[in-house]
Write a protein that binds this ligand. Sequence first.
Ligand SMILES: *Cc1c(COP(=O)(O)O)cnc(C)c1O
Length: 469
Amino acid sequence: MDESAFRDWSLKAAQWGADYRASLRDRPVRSQVAPGDIARQIAASPPDRGEDMETIFADFEKIVMPGMTHWQHPRFFAYFPANAAPVSVVAEYLVSAMAAQCMLWQTSPAATELETKVLDWLRQAIGLSDSFAGVIQDSASSATLSAVLVMRERALAWKGNAAGLAANRQLRVYASNQVHTSIDRAVWVSGIGEDNLVRVPISGAMRGMDVDALQKAIVADREAGFLPAGIIACAGGTSTGACDDIAAIAEVGNKYNLYLHVDAAWAGAAMICEEFRYIWNGIELADSIVFNPHKWLGAQFDCSAHFIRSPEDLVRTLAVQPEYLKTHGRDGIINYSEWTVPLGRRFRSLKIWFLLRHHGLDGLKTMIRNHVRWAQKLARRLAAEADFELVTEPILSLFSFRHLGGEMADSHNIALVNAINDDGRIYLTQTRVDGRIAIRFQAGQFDMTEADADTAYDVIVEMARRLSA
Ligand SMILES: *Cc1c(COP(=O)(O)O)cnc(C)c1O
């Protein structure tokens, strides 16, 4: 592609992006295609001769677009949001054009220094003290893996990377049954093993770890010859928003010298609002915290903020310095690739900088407060209907409910979710609460309005009654 074609097609792509965003309300939220519909239209082998851009672009619109689920749709209430505020999209256009590898300070000093600054902005925004330093990870899964690796190395007196695990006592990691599957994968990949992930039972309305049970499990493991390494707490679990009592957990962790990682991937964004910080009381006592600006806050995917009390421990766990990666003659620089598992790094701080400057914390706080208010209003409206029940009360902007559809409640509610998503006006997903199916609702899309929450109510009630009729 020559210079002039690159200019034309870049402009066309930007134009297309703006038109696309403007058209979202008229599209079904979840893609309506069947499995195989898209694959069937793609050639079996790559072309030998280059094709012109007109054809490629036309196929993109014809073949690809029907197979897209619209995560930026204002009535996306499924999973968690993956907001890409327009201003962060603009930043990503620039980053994409420069395509720099920001693994070392010298491979783009601006990327490193801006990362230090904007992570410090985020730290202040969510009310953490300056005893934490931040780094951008590609995902919460990677941040959690890094934290589990630090747990492992710390418990093994920094010998695990060299000696492996076989020669050592079995490590133990503790978490409730509400934590995200990324915790399971971190213990698999770190070599600790799922059998050594101790699932502490939960109690109370916030569905947090039973702290007495945690303490008993640690004591029993020590007596049995295991080596407890760390605890993973959640602030806003994926299924229903479960929150552990971080202050109480930290006290137990401290007593047994355990590393404490907190997964606040979704809820962390809401911590910019002082009144919601009660959900992670005691957070100052954590060693490691992850939250995803790429979820609720509006920084285009991917962008995970990882705060650690001791970056030295992280670097000691992850840094390797072959000669070809050394930066000679520069003191006091940070090479962020020593803080993460992957070496290569995208320039992710630019979109945070654009986002925070353009919206200001006040703008983002108003958005989050509105989402919480609208979700709570919808929860109350559904609870007031005789044929609906709330399964879990709202935690921030997430709650779960069920339609009382007679005997086969689970299959009825699955059928309801499917009917709603086939309808296309809104998008919801389900979960299991105490073994039974419940429907999740979360409000969090950047352009959502109160009217969209009202539409959700109309669609849910209409589809449920149609299904039962
Ligand atoms: C989304 C989510 C994750 C996983 O985040 P990735 O960035 O996709 O790895 C982990 N934990 C919680 C609580 C989440 O909501």
